[in-house]
Design a protein around this ligand. Sequence first.
Ligand SMILES: O=C(O)C1=C[C@@H](OP(=O)(O)O)[C@@H](O)[C@H](O)C1
Ligand SMILES: C=C(OP(=O)(O)O)C(=O)O
Length: 460
Amino acid sequence: MASLKSKKLKSIPAEITVPGDKSISHRSAMFAGLAKGTTVIDGFLPSEDCLCTVHAMVALGATMEPLEEVEGVGLVKLAITGNGMKLKAPEKPVDCGNSGTTIRLISGILAGQDFKTELFGDASLSKRPMKRVADPLSQMGAKISGQGEKICAPLTIEGGPLKSIYYKLPVASAQVKSAILLAGLQAPGKTTVVEPVATRNHTERLFTHFGIKWLREDDCVSVYGGQEPKANDIVVPGDISSAAFWMVAAAATPGAQITIKNVGLNPTRTGIITVLLRMGALVTSSETHTEGEPRGNITVRGGDLNATVIGGAEIPNVIDELPILAVAAALARGKTLIRDASELRVKETDRIAAVVSNLRLMGVTVTEHPDGMEIEGGAKLQGATLPCYGDHRIAMAFLVAGLFAEGTTTLEGTECISTSYPGFERHLDLFLNGDAGARPIPVMSTVPQPLVDKMNRDKA
Ligand SMILES: O=C(O)C1=C[C@@H](OP(=O)(O)O)[C@@H](O)[C@H](O)C1
Ligand SMILES: C=C(OP(=O)(O)O)C(=O)O
């Protein structure tokens, strides 16, 4: 089992560039694989989750060509060639790894394909509820079976002719919305999803990018069936959910300043900026690109943070940032309340239980609630040996907490970080050891990864 250590931070780098956005990388690979022709994806996140999606699209008939690899990060530029919406039956069950986005969105795609597929994942993914996608996709006409009441993976999906639906989401989930819209593309007529609270709209923006017509009316998103994505090269911005770790580290350090370059600034994802501003950090963002997915730079100046309340309609916008925001709360003055966030209990681990337990082990007073937690800020954090619970965001959030603790903080099981942030360790090193510890990140020439070769071999 891998472990990483953290201790009092030495310096804050002036600038940092985080790897590509996970949500957009997944979707780019899927849309490219559904389009006829070749799409070059630049800024792709080569994390294990996103590589599972590429692997799945290749197993379903697409081809991928590696174009550029960065040492210590992986494949950041690739070309995917699809054959249109009619996919090929995979030869074996498709591995979705640790990735909720892969299994749920691919389920929407497979719902309309005239073959049977098995989707499976790791132990964590196999505990997550898939009923939320199985219900609407079954209503549309797919035959989906899974394990137990929550319809967990392994899932068997037998696709076929679909009918469009008008579906009110019982939980605010971009993954469920996207699965239904992807199935809706394959159903005659108009498929509408009603969102209780707005969630990230990357699928909708990528619809536009790939030439698919869709519409938003109030809280409804609709798409008409019978459309096929058109191949179109894409540049993926940096992931604000990865930037969040360094934004909090700077925000909690009076006098510090950091600029995160070329990061996604989609308003359905920038809730972290609003929350940190409310807590007293000085955060500014400047858009450098406004087309498609807006992107630009975020600058954070640190100060004395104050407690806040995080809840309601804001939750989907910061859902993946809540573990690191809980760490920010522990470093702030006063009592912070996180509520309406019971969705955290069905992520890679129960993130409410994991955050509460690890904060307590570092000496913080926390009250656990069914839908969140109350954190007493301002206690001196104590270094501790902590579990990651197999969850990348727990691992990274607590390595950042360690930057503010007395002594050493050790996170055990840190291999999970590669789920979303290849190169995290190297970035952490900048905070632990300053520039002297930083190794340059060279761009290598086109080196096909063994994994990539394997993908194309599996397909052949
Ligand atoms: O659509 C997406 O790309 C995601 C949506 C969110 O999940 P839910 O849709 O389950 O809220 C988020 O937590 C996940 O990391 C990525
Ligand atoms: C919840 C996450 O991802 P997924 O649902 O795709 O596993 C995450 O990245 O925090």
